[in-house]
Design a protein around this ligand. Structure first.
Ligand code: SF4
Length: 92
């Protein structure tokens, strides 16, 4: 999974860092960013604004996205787990 934050929507309430400080950081500008160690996704809208979420942090990242008041945390599959094709025997 990969994660990013739309900083234009972030309200800076810092709930994400409560859920998972290993992935989210509130910077001096009062807005949160995704990070992985020293690597900060600080290019809003750019390719480098996303980070790869380590598997052990995926549940907390999803919980943060669900609780985010700005609805601005986005968690996306990174291609490791492609969806099976939709067929007549697999309608999902
Ligand atoms: S929980 Fe959402 S709105 Fe609040 S600081 Fe984190 S990203 Fe921003």
């Amino acid at each position: 999974m990969r994660g990013w934050i739309d900083q234009d929507l972030c309200t800076g309430e810092d709930l994400c860092t409560d859920h998972c400080p290993e992935l989210f950081v509130l910077l001096e500008d009062g807005i949160s960013y995704v990070h992985l160690g020293d690597l900060i996704g600080n290019d809003p809208g750019g390719a480098s604004s996303t980070i790869s979420i380590p598997a052990q942090h995926e549940p907390n990242a999803i919980a943060a996205a669900l609780d985010c008041p700005g609805e601005c945390i986005f968690i996306e599959p990174d291609g490791r787990e492609p969806c099976p094709p939709r067929t007549s025997t697999n309608p999902l």
